[in-house]
Design a protein around this ligand. Structure first.
Ligand SMILES: [Zn+2]
Length: 233
């Protein structure tokens, strides 16, 4: 365990995540709607994507995105140590924070973001495994992606389930990353999201922030579960 590495990663994650609120605010729109060009709260024009702190001058700097980015990056570097995979997964983790923020706001995981996460993880991890003379690892990751994607697709087509296709796509990409780490990570990544989402739904119900049939976004739990899987493996 290297304390400078963990602190450096946590600073990267925390600093990077301060840029999330503006992008999330612009992308948290209904399906088929172009990205927002005004603040969702005060209608001030927000044409730029890059802004550190709150999404708009009218919004406070959201502590949870920076905190989540710092904590997740610190944990990831603690779990993976100084490795090529860490270099790939730290930037991917910022995309994960962004996906979670958008999902919480509008119950969507936009395809371009999930696609960017796939490009940023599947290509470098797969190519890295092949170049390192371990193509079996890339094969295992592909198999895990297929298994996770199929499992979530089966749940999604069950009637009355709040799972969307965005969740299925995200689970497929995360399945690849977890498969790259190993089968124990895949199992944890499949189980942990539901251990998180169940209690979250109960808390939201008890605090009156959700009703019985309100869908609780699964994306944040999928991402947290994948992080847990990487740490447990
Ligand atoms: Zn505003």
């Amino acid at each position: 365990m290297s304390l400078p590495l963990i602190l450096g990663a946590a600073m990267f994650g925390g600093a990077g995540a301060t840029f999330v609120p503006r992008v999330a605010d612009r992308l948290a729109v209904p399906r088929g709607t172009p990205a927002r060009i005004t603040c969702a709260h005060c209608d001030t024009p927000t044409p730029d994507w890059v802004r550190a702190g709150g999404a708009c001058r009218c919004r406070p700097a959201p502590m949870w995105t920076a905190g989540a980015g710092a904590l997740a990056a610190g944990l990831l570097s603690w779990g993976l140590g100084a490795s090529p995979a860490l270099l790939v997964l730290l930037p991917a983790l910022l995309l994960g924070v962004l996906l979670a923020a958008v999902d919480v706001r509008c119950h969507r995981l936009p395809d371009p973001l999930v696609g960017a996460l796939a490009l940023g993880t599947v290509l470098p991890l797969g190519a890295g495994a092949v170049l390192a003379g371990d193509p079996g690892r890339a094969g295992r990751a592909l198999l895990a992606a297929g298994l996770c994607g199929t499992a979530y697709l089966l749940i999604a087509i069950l009637p009355g389930h709040g799972l969307g296709l965005g969740d299925v796509k995200l689970a497929t990409v995360l399945g690849f990353v977890l498969g790259f780490a190993g089968w124990p990570a895949v199992v944890a990544g499949l189980v942990v999201p539901h251990l998180i989402n169940g209690p979250v739904a109960v808390v939201l119900l008890l605090t009156g922030r959700a009703r019985r049939h309100t869908a609780v976004p699964l994306g944040p739990s999928l991402l947290a579960g994948a992080l847990a899987g990487l740490l447990l493996a």
